[in-house]
Design a protein around this ligand. Structure first.
Ligand code: GDP
Ligand code: IMO
Ligand code: MG
Length: 433
């Protein structure tokens, strides 16, 4: 793949998140002008290792790390402004200044303190049926967006008197609801929240704009846009393992609506996946390895959540699920991450399909209840030994590792353009295809 020749491109995860999207976006950024977050919010945790430094970004697009690039938060993002500003301050302490290079859509919905509270209360009330959310207020914020009457958008911060009035009404409603539903006895204070958010607004006033117009003009001027997907395709609200999903459109389908660009904008779509599969939180995971191999992968791959620190569930590469999410997003290139992590296993498995109690399934289905019941159809390939972290060319990989990625490529049906053998930007193999 010639990175310099990519048109407007999106980077999306093909499984249940944490595939390594942050590393790929960082790698590609130098070839683009604008990096755009279009979905999710503080539930995301995108890690970048560059020049011996590690960065974990939750709300700021990865593009803020590259000088001279514009980073944009689109209308489809659930924006926790307070946390975003904490990220800005933490970067400033490390010498990275986020200033006019950040643009925030006036239409992004604000995650408010009562959203995070509602997330926690609702999960606690669900007990064993809980979704296992990141507690970042994502579901409640998007729910209020759809309800409209209880939503607050970034642009509302520009009208302080109206914002205060709006917030008084909503907080009163939330306090009553929490008391009635969850027996909550700690009402939130609307005027304290308003003070806090209006102080935040003072810091970002110059960054708020109509990003739809900004993108339109940028595309007209020949600028190149890179869309940074958050979460993973199987967490998609419509197409994932419902109800164990997040509340936004996490695939490439989310780009037009979540960013505010025409559907015809994308020319390339890079699907990111690990050489195995992980999941955080509850929900079906047919190829899960709840055994010592899963533990081996977790320890070697440092599979602990970037956002919550929770241990990630680990399993064999689910090719059937990757094929589904590849078709859904119209993936043009694959990026396979963490090949180094699988070294040392006698054999490596790939899930090629599913068997339900009443027979084989035609492929992945986006119904949590069905997927809970299936058994994976597994195929095993010989494993490989050795440290892959210093390998820089496909031909220098152990024969078994090459065979393994070739098999993934043929099962998923899309060319592998990028192979990753370590967290650092340099630990990457790019194939000319
Ligand atoms: P994202 O949410 O998709 O951006 O992924 P995360 O950042 O949450 O999780 C991916 C983790 O894997 C991060 O800690 C990365 O630094 C790390 N990582 C990415 N690629 C590789 C790789 O090829 N090998 C290893 N060992 N680690 C990697
Ligand atoms: P990145 O962008 C991994 C999961 C949560 C939970 C479900 C719902 O880093 O890949 P939510 O808080 O969104 O209501 O939680 O979705 N989840 C993620 N898992 N990576 C993510 O983002 C995730 N974003 C949400 O663990 O199971
Ligand atoms: Mg992550």
């Amino acid at each position: 793949m010639d990175l310099g020749k990519l048109g407007h491109t999106c980077v999306v995860g093909l499984h249940w998140g944490d595939e390594g999207k942050g590393k790929i976006v960082d790698l590609l950024t130098e070839h683009f002008d604008i990096v755009v977050r279009y979905n999710g919010g503080g539930n995301a945790g995108h890690t970048v290792h560059v020049n011996g430094q590690k960065f974990a970004l939750h709300l700021l697009p990865v593009g803020v790390l590259s000088p001279g690039k514009t980073a944009t938060i689109g209308p489809g993002v659930a924006l926790d402004l307070h946390r975003m500003l904490e990220e800005v301050s933490a970067l400033a302490e490390r010498g990275i200044i986020v200033g006019p290079n950040l643009k925030i859509s006036d239409r992004s919905h604000l995650v408010m303190p009562y959203h995070k509270k509602q997330d926690l209360l609702s999960e606690a009330a669900l007990g064993n049926s809980k979704i296992g959310t990141t507690a970042r207020g994502i579901g409640p914020c998007y729910a209020d967006k759809m309800l409209r009457a209880t939503a607050i958008r970034v642009g509302d911060l520009l009208h302080p008197d109206k914002f205060r009035e709006q917030l008084r009404r909503i907080v009163d409603l939330k306090n009553k609801t929490f008391a009635a539903l969850y027996n909550d006895r700690e009402p939130l204070n609307a005027s304290e929240i308003a003070d806090q958010y209006l102080a935040c607004a003072d810091r970002v006033r110059g960054n708020i704009c109509d990003t739809t117009r900004f993108f339109f003009e940028a595309i007209q001027a020949g600028k190149r846009l890179l869309f940074e997907g958050a979460n993973g395709a199987l967490l998609d609200i419509d197409h994932g393992t419902f109800p164990f999903v997040t509340s936004s459109t996490t695939s490439a389908l989310g780009v037009p609506a979540g960013a505010g660009v025409p559907a015809s904008t994308l020319t390339s779509c890079i699907g990111v996946t690990k050489a195995y599969t992980t999941r955080v939180g509850a929900g079906p995971f047919p190829s899960e390895l709840d055994n010592e191999i899963g533990q081996y992968i977790r320890e070697r791959g440092h599979e602990y959540g970037t956002t919550t620190g929770r241990p990630r569930r680990c399993g064999w590469f689910d090719a059937a699920a990757a094929q589904y999410s590849t078709r859904l997003s119209g993936i043009t290139h694959l990026a396979i991450m963490h090949l180094d992590t699988l070294s040392g296993l006698d054999r490596v498995g790939i899930c090629t399909g599913y068997r339900a109690p009443d027979g084989p399934l035609p492929g992945f289905v986006s119904d949590g209840a069905t997927m809970e019941q299936v058994q994976p159809v597994l195929e095993y390939l010989p494993g490989w030994k050795g440290d892959l972290r210093n390998v820089r060319s496909f031909d220098d990989l152990p024969r078994e590792a090459r065979h393994y990625v070739d098999r993934i490529e043929s099962l998923v049906g899309v060319r592998i353009a990028i192979l990753s053998v370590g967290p650092d930007r340099t630990q990457t193999l790019i194939r000319s295809i």
